[in-house]
Design a protein around this ligand. Structure first.
Ligand code: ZN
Length: 248
């Protein structure tokens, strides 16, 4: 029996799926606004045309769907067989005719959505491994895809802005930025605190008063933390902020 709605009773997970679907719709709308003739123009990612970005977002949906399949069947199916496979398929995808590229993106997203919808409730906690090698419950695939669709809509370079993100996504990204840095950076490296002027609490890599403190609106701090913008972010003394460390 094929499910018509998600097999999800956890309200947090239901909210996460909703935020992802709004992001998928946002990405699809911005992609729809790109004319075929403008596919060759640069994205906001260094070295990538819009074609590369569109191919990547399509193949990413397929890769995330492989993790959902892994959770569903128990048979290990990694996101990518290797980093080379990931970049080769992007290079290949970028050469496709624009219509094929649009279809790839749309169909992969539909397939992923169906995979989530049909995932039995108990399988959402099944452990899978991300492209970075982290072991996470299958439910984390929703956040992995959420980040991709919202942020790459901005990278499409045709008008989407971090300021268009819903507030709950901004809050989730502030937490995610310091969480990823905490994971990637050595404990000996400088602590960083993001002090949003329009939020009640600051977020930090570590709970100490040392290190770099940067200030700005939550939107501007997210733009800075994900490496997409320097706008509106200053040090505690008001001087310009340095570039943020690499995030993903
Ligand atoms: Zn990506």
């Amino acid at each position: 029996m094929v499910a018509r709605t998600d097999n999800v009773s956890d309200p947090q997970l239901a909210a996460a799926l909703s935020l992802m679907r709004r992001g998928q719709a946002f990405w699809a709308r911005k992609l729809n606004e790109v004319r075929d003739a403008d596919f060759d123009a640069p994205s906001r990612l260094p070295g990538w045309s819009r074609r590369h970005l569109i191919a990547h977002v399509g193949f990413n949906a397929r890769a995330v769907a492989r993790l959902v399949e892994w959770a569903s069947t128990g048979v290990e199916t990694p996101m990518y067989s290797s980093p080379e496979q990931r970049s080769e398929e992007i290079e290949f995808g970028a050469t496709l005719p624009t219509e094929a590229l649009r279809n790839l993106c749309a169909h992969a997203a539909i397939h992923l959505n169906v995979s989530w919808r049909d995932l039995p409730e108990e399988a959402w906690t099944h452990e899978v491994r991300t492209a970075q090698g982290r072991i996470v419950p299958a439910s984390e695939t929703v956040w992995i895809r959420t980040r991709e669709v919202w942020i790459h809509a901005v990278d499409l370079n045709n008008g989407a802005r971090v300021a268009d993100f819903p507030p709950e996504l901004i809050d989730a990204l502030l937490d995610d930025i310091v969480r990823v840095w905490r994971r990637k950076r050595s404990p000996l490296e400088e602590n960083i605190t993001l002090q949003a002027t329009d939020r009640a609490r600051a977020v930090s890599i570590r709970d100490d008063d040392e290190g770099l403190v940067v200030r700005g609106t939550a939107v501007d701090l997210v733009g800075w933390g994900i490496g997409r913008s320097m706008r509106g972010v200053v040090r505690a003394d008001g001087s310009p902020a340095p570039r943020a460390p690499e995030w993903l």
